[in-house]
Design a binder for this molecule. Structure first.
Ligand code: NAG
Ligand code: NAG
Ligand code: NAG
Ligand code: NAG
Ligand code: NAG
Ligand code: NAG
Length: 400
């Protein structure tokens, strides 16, 4: 959760993409189901509203679900619900199937959704249940709540409050919580989130776990720094089975300091278990010793791309993608052009039965006035993405 300092430069960078999108709209043929294709619109919100922070789930039968925050305009009460869209053809066509609304606080589902499919029975819910979370907030507080759907995301039912913090306020010293990320591991649901409640840290990353989805265990630290001003934020976790590790990516603003020209450098940690990131060292992503991604990262892993597969990372500032085919070796990050436009908290997905197919999901950029306010996706061929390399000289001192 942050205030963007580089909005103007982002806009300049994105001007080029507008041309690209306009050209792709003229394409006369629809892509084949489950194929690769350039930017397609999932949902274009009414004038004045902006879709942002998309999240997704691929169900066991190949159905895709996408949800997002919708901010501004009168949708429906200033961003108070997460719309849910479904695709049965690998993202080519989409249907709006439900809204996840706040059923208990009277505050709305304000921002930062998370969604997944249960693949094993948990808390009395059968495999195939869809779980969703998000941040419900008002001037009285922030609540990370859990909802479940037993009818494939048509209807939703409140399950439990996971955690609660103070009113939304990104100033150090305030006590809100933000940005849930859901993962099942070892027959428990893990809810990761950003946490400003610990007086020792401006913000830290932590998680809580539950076996029954109702009773939540203690707050377990994932990322914290002795430097109070450090605000690690926006956890995303992925498994890297080839090296039996888990990767957590996050942004790391520290006061107003900058690193390789960016204020929200992207860091990662590798741990044997997704519950043990606290003791793992934090590593910054730096490409070619000089270019660093900035803010709201996402990470996925694909078995495609060699013996260690491919770790793929995105950030908020650039269209480009960052990859690592060497099990997260800090010196082996690469940077590649990507046709899907940059956005605040863009999301990535590798299709379960098409490990070469990379979905990149975008909404709006953080600040109003960006080139896109809609929710869109591209499905790219990862092998082709990785085969093209960005000219790093073009980015030196470029973005921030
Ligand atoms: C979701 O909510 C919006 C705004 O209230 C409404 O227009 C739309 O019909 C709803 N969609 C579904 C599928 O419930
Ligand atoms: C906030 O809390 C106060 C005091 O309990 C209550 O009167 C008010 O209705 C609450 N507002 C919201 C939006 O929950
Ligand atoms: C935000 O938090 C800071 C630090 O606690 C506090 O000084 C400020 O009054 C808060 N702002 C709002 C609007 O609550
Ligand atoms: C960052 O810079 C702004 C503007 O100069 C200043 O108001 C703010 O206090 C600084 N924040 C930190 C954490 O140093
Ligand atoms: C795979 O990753 C591990 C861990 O970084 C590394 O030791 C090994 O050399 C890598 N193998 C290949 C072929 O990249
Ligand atoms: C991806 O691109 C590579 C290189 O052009 C090609 O060999 C491969 O068949 C493509 N894969 C898919 C799934 O389209």
């Amino acid at each position: 959760m942050h205030l963007r300092l580089a909005a103007v430069l982002s806009l300049a960078l994105q001007a080029g993409n507008t041309l690209f999108a306009a050209a792709s709209k003229c394409s006369p043929t629809e892509p084949a189901p489950f194929s690769t294709f350039p930017r397609r619109v999932i949902y274009d919100p009414p004038a004045g509203a902006r879709a942002s922070y998309p999240r997704h789930a691929e169900l066991r039968d190949g159905t895709l679900l996408v949800t997002s925050t919708v901010m501004g305009g009168d949708w429906p009460r200033n961003g108070a619900a997460f719309p849910v869209f479904e695709s049965k053809d690998g993202g080519v066509t989409w249907k709006w199937i439900s809204n996840i609304t706040d059923q208990v606080n009277g505050w709305g589902m304000s921002a930062q959704p998370a969604i997944m499919e249960l693949r094993e029975p948990l808390g009395g819910f059968r495999p195939g249940t869809i779980l969703a979370s998000g941040n419900s907030w008002s001037n009285n507080g922030t609540r990370i709540d859990l909802y479940a759907s037993t009818d494939k995301a048509r209807t939703w039912k409140f399950v439990s409050h996971v955690a609660e913090g103070g009113r939304p306020n990104t100033t150090n010293g305030a006590t809100p919580i933000w940005e849930p990320f859901l993962l099942t591991y070892n027959h428990e649901l893990i809810v990761y989130y950003s946490d400003q409640r610990d007086p020792l840290h401006g913000q830290k990353l932590a998680h809580q776990r539950s076996k029954d989805l109702v009773n939540w265990g203690p707050v377990v630290n994932d990322v914290r720094y002795d430097e109070y001003l450090a605000r690690p934020g926006m956890t995303v976790v992925a498994e890297i089975p080839t090296i039996k590790k888990w990767i957590l990516v996050h942004e790391l603003p520290v006061g107003n300091s900058s690193s390789h020209g960016v204020n929200y450098p992207v860091y990662y940690r590798l741990a044997d278990k997704p519950t043990e990131f606290d003791s793992a060292p934090g590593i910054p992503i730096v490409i070619g010793g000089k270019v660093a991604p900035n803010a709201s990262p996402y990470v996925v892993w694909s078995p495609s791309g060699g013996p260690n597969g491919t770790i793929v990372v995105s950030d908020a500032d650039r269209d480009e993608l960052y990859t690592n085919r060497f099990g997260g070796d800090p010196d082996k990050w690469e940077m590649h052009p990507c046709s899907q436009p940059s956005a605040y908290s863009r999301a990535l997905h590798i299709f379960e039965h098409h490990p070469e197919h990379l979905m990149v999901l975008s909404g709006a950029i953080f600040d109003a006035g960006g080139p896109y306010d809609d929710l869109s996706l591209s499905v790219l061929n990862l092998t082709e993405v990785v085969s093209k390399h960005s000219d790093l000289d073009k980015f030196t001192g470029g973005v921030n």
